[in-house]
Design a protein around this ligand. Sequence first.
Ligand code: ZN
Ligand code: ZN
Length: 505
Amino acid sequence: MASSSAQQYGWIHDGFVNSWTRHNDGKLAAKIQKKWLRHRFLNAISFNSRAKPSIFLLLREWLQICDKDHTGCHRRPEMDDFWPRRVIYVGDRRQLTLVEEQHRGDDYLVLSHCWGLPEDETKAEEEKNRVCTTPKNYKDRLHGFGYDELPKTFQDAIQVTRALGKNYLWIDALCIIQGPGGDWNSEAGTMASIFAYAYCTIAASSAPGWADGFLSAQPDSLVQGTLSAPTCACDFDKDVEGGNLMKRAWVLQERVLSRRIIHFTSTHIYSECGNGVLCEKLTNLTPPLGKQRFFLDPNFPSRLNEAGYLRTVDFVQFLFRKYSTSGLTFAADRDVAIYSLVKRMGEVLETEVRYGIFHCFLGSLLLWKRDENKTSPISYGDRSVPSWSWMAYPGGIDFILAANQDLEVPRDVDLGFIEDGKALNVKVRKFLGSMWFDVVGYIRLEDCNCVVVGMVRDKKKEGALQTYHVLIIREKVGGGGYKRVGVGKMEARYISRDYVAGTLW
Ligand SMILES: [Zn+2]
Ligand SMILES: [Zn+2]
């Protein structure tokens, strides 16, 4: 057993199907079309000229159905106990206000977007100071500020919030005081709750930066009367998963934690909730079984506890693989851009998490290997990330053990978290076998030792021929413990029975 908490899960094997199923929602289409006719005559709501008016009708309808009919999407009671530290009040058309009063029980929306700052550092700094809330303009913004001062993406998000009949919107750049003297450090930790408890997340998927906006002037499907097409040929994976926004590492936790999301992509608008995905032409997309479902789940990560051990490990590995290849402007954000999500998952799984390694999946997650691009470790400045964590390096990772391989770990455990430090307690052995190193360069094998993480039992083989999964380690320069240099697989007979106790940093 990987740990005591692993015991609470059953061992479930699950087949994964990899494509979305689709069908047109004719009933909803008819309803919307009827409403639209009435709405057009009444012309009750005035819209921004770049927006598709009928889309808002559709989105409002979808949100209502989701609230009312979708089991699992319901508003949870704990949402009434939470309110972000600050939100923007958009209900007054003359001006916007940054509000710090708590409005628990009311609804707010959140914006998920790419900052897309200019590459030139001076220009980027100028733009940040102009757009963001900073210690300098913060007091003024509590009294009010102009819609016209804001970049296009923010203006579009305000349009959407208003059109959905809501008054409050949370945008990181405006609601967290940015820069030196700001409160980013304390606010970053609440990000998980901010996204989880929002009425809805607006994802500016098509906008490369905040200056670009996302409400397009494309023809309106409803006005054009194309709504009744049997099913449309939209490609959610390409538009959303492959879009600019989802390639950003920071966005992964926003997406996974959101209760429901409206994705504004370059070709389609999609709404996503626990019930599946609906495109603007009313094609219902049902996700394939498996990992995708966790993304849609409004109760994530609570559902992990019911998913079974193997499915959960599989998802965690999938999440980290995806995260490791997502873009970060600052490499040293690698440990923080997913912090809020990982912390929340750890709470739900009732397990300790250190540097992206869950204690309940210790063996499986320690067996990571880097992709071919073996650049130097990330320089974290004052902070430091131990060598046994995949967060120590930039670039893509994979795991040498597939989630469905049943890893048995030594009863007399070879490794464990040290009470309050960054190190792992390990038993250090001599070995011989196949291995993957973390960095390029000449490492003398004679200098290396290994730590047994576990084995995948092959019933046809006798003990000494079983394959062990190991971490390859080397003594720290100047002594005082070991550093991870790679990962490997080898037969038990090539690993020494004798060991010395050590610490892995
Ligand atoms: Zn729903
Ligand atoms: Zn579609």
